[in-house]
Every structure is written in C-alpha cells, then in structure tokens.
Design a protein. Structure first.
Length: 371
C-alpha cells in the first residue's frame, strides 16, 4: 500500500490523499460501507459502485465463523467470493469479541469465546487474526486489539493498552503477506495520557496506517472529538488515519477537520432499513404520514438512482408494506449521500474553503420534512 497527501487545508488539519492498493486506488477522506458478512446489506456490488463506494469493510469475526476463512481462501479469496474487485479492509475481530461480554475469556495469548451462532468454543489471538485476514486476502488488515468498555477504570484501561501493544508486536511478527497493509489500533479509552502512550508505542512499530479504536462506545460527541484531537498530534503525516465505527455525518465532517482520513459505520445501511434517510437538509423519517402523497424525491439535489426515479410517497409505501425493494432503495440513497458528502469534503479542502463548507453544512440541516 502507498499513501500520498495531495492537498492540505490552510484553515484546519483536513487533507486530501490517495491510497494505492493491489485492488485499486481510492481518495481520502473516504467512507467505507460495512459488509459484515461479505455483503453490504440490501445492495449488490453494482449498486455500491454506482453509489460511489470505492472500498468496503468486511468482518473477520463473522467470516471466520461462517463460512470460514479457509473456505473463502479455497474459493479464491474474499474479492472473488463477494464479486468485489475494488479494495477491501477487514477488521481484526477485536470489537466483536469485546461485544460478546459474558461469552468470552481474555488471556495474554488472546480471547477464548463462544460463538453467538451455536455456542461453540473458539480462540482468536494475534496469530489467528493475522492468519484469518491473510486467508481472506483483504488489501488492508487490522492488528488484534482489546476494545475497552465505557466507562472503565483507569487501571483497567492502562493494562489493556499494554496488552494491545504486546498483541500489536505479535501481529507484526505473524504478518506473512507484504501486499496487505497492516494498521495498528490505538486504544486508551477516554484517558488522553493512555491514548498518547498507545499512539507512541504503535508509531514506533511503523505500521502502514493507524486506527483510533474504542470510540463510539457510549461516550458523548465532545469527548470523542477531544480524544481524536489529542491522538492525532502523535501520528505521522505520511500514514493514513482511520477512525473506527464513527459515522454520523456531522461526526465525519468534524473528524476530517481534525485530520482523519478513513471512516466506517453501519449507520447509513442500518438507518436505511429502519426508515431514516440522510439528505442535504438533514434526516428524514420516511414512515411519517405526511409523506403518504408526497410526489417529491427524497432529496431534490441528489442524483442517486432512488432520487431520480422514486417519490417519497412510494418509498413510504414500500417501507410501511415491508417490501424488500424499500430496503434496497433506501440503502442506495444513504450510501450515495455518504459518498457524496466525502466528495464534497475533498473538494472543499482542495479549494481551501473547509470552514465555509462546515458552516454551510450545519446551516443546511433545517430538516427536509419542513419543506
């Protein structure tokens, strides 16, 4: 993987770059749709391309359990398996293991856990996480880490940071395919000094990129941005910075201003299935009765397939009827919105008007349901 920075804002820390991978190049800042089980829910790869997606995320934990990483390897790797020729990033599985709570046991070597599918016992540590991601064949892979809950006592988080550092060293030692970029994951909870320690220890190992993990776990937005701001200063300028699991549009804009390059979140796809649509004027809840005879598109300024061909009234009908087409059309629109938002951000950085863009972004959040 190669990363180059092409434009820097003179107003803030926002920047525009390019990441070159074995399966193509994408520009940053970038939003990655989440394809948990090798599929972005409700849409096909062609929908993703047309919506503007350039890289997707797949989940190590879920693909390990079903259908199995060795099965995917025998079938030609994840790109061929899911018919996605563009870049893929796989997470390490650490967050999913963290979310299992009572179904896991943490040790120095890794995590022993029970499958959420059938209760069977499994073990993933740094070595296993690298083996699984190597078999999947992703372009960017993540080091195995421990994601701590919020809130958490300082002593616990301090020990967790030390463990994540030791695991990161083992991940580097067990990396076998140099074509795969390996990112380290910075932990430390909401404690700035522990975040600093984690960042400095991982930067000394010279990973290909750095991720901020352990956020969007219940903390408020100001705390999250404070941590991002505190950590960003310790990260090298020639490596991409990835904020994991954070995805509200306003969070993306603020994090870009702080110098973040990559994002992922289930928010656009999950909200689409729940009937919440993102527009240039703010969020729209399609089930509201006021849209029953509304002939307008979701967003008059949007050029996605959904907005070009379907009315709010029809989308409401599909949602209220639980028609599968509704999930697809809603998801296409939300993913297009996110891709367009990132494109607009990149343009604003290039044209040195990021502060103006930020101001207009918030001014426009007046609510499409009002007009």
């Amino acid at each position: 993987m190669e990363f180059e920075v092409n434009h820097r804002s003179r107003e803030c820390d926002a920047r525009v770059g390019r990441v070159h991978t074995p399966h193509g190049t994408f520009e940053t800042p970038v939003f990655m749709p989440v394809g948990t089980q090798g599929s972005v829910k409700a849409v096909c790869p062609e929908d993703l391309v047309k919506a503007g997606a350039r890289i997707v995320l797949a989940n190590t934990y879920h693909l390990y359990l079903r259908p199995g990483h060795e099965t995917i390897r025998r079938l030609g790797g994840l790109h061929q398996f899911m018919n996605w020729p563009r870049p893929i990033l796989t997470d390490s599985g650490g967050f999913q293991v963290y979310s299992l709570a009572g179904l896991r046991k943490l040790t120095e070597e890794g995590v022993l856990f029970q499958s959420h599918l059938d209760g069977s016992s499994h073990f993933i540590g740094p070595k296993e996480a690298m083996e699984i991601q190597t078999a999947l064949g992703a372009d960017i892979i993540m080091a195995f880490d421990e994601c701590v809950p919020f809130p958490a006592e300082y002593s616990y988080v301090e020990a967790s940071v030390a463990l994540t550092t030791r695991w990161a060293e083992r991940c580097l030692a067990h990396r076998t395919d140099e074509r795969q970029a390996l990112f380290g994951i910075i932990q430390g909870g909401m404690y700035e000094d522990l975040r600093e320690r984690s960042a400095k220890e991982l930067v000394a190992m010279d990973f290909d990129g750095y991720a901020l993990g352990g956020l969007s776990v219940g903390e408020d937005r100001e705390t999250r941005l404070r941590i991002v701001r505190a950590v960003r200063r310790y990260l090298p300028e020639d490596k991409p910075v990835y904020l994991m699991g954070v995805g509200a549009p306003e969070d993306l804009v603020e994090a870009v201003i702080l110098g973040v390059d990559m994002f992922d979140c289930v928010m656009p796809t999950r909200n689409a299935r729940n009937g919440t649509l993102f527009t240039s004027r703010g969020r729209l809840t399609i089930k509201n009765a006021r849209f029953a005879e509304d002939k307008r598109p979701l967003d008059a300024s949007c050029g996605c397939y959904t907005c070009r061909g379907f009315s709010r009234a029809y989308l409401r009908h599909l949602f209220m009827s639980r028609e599968l087409l509704g999930y697809r059309l809603n998801t296409i629109h939300n993913l297009h919105y996110y891709a367009t938002l990132m494109e607009d951000v990149r343009r604003a950085v290039r044209e040195q008007r990021m502060e103006q863009f930020r101001k207009e972004f918030y001014e426009n959040q007046t609510g499409p349901e009002q007009g």
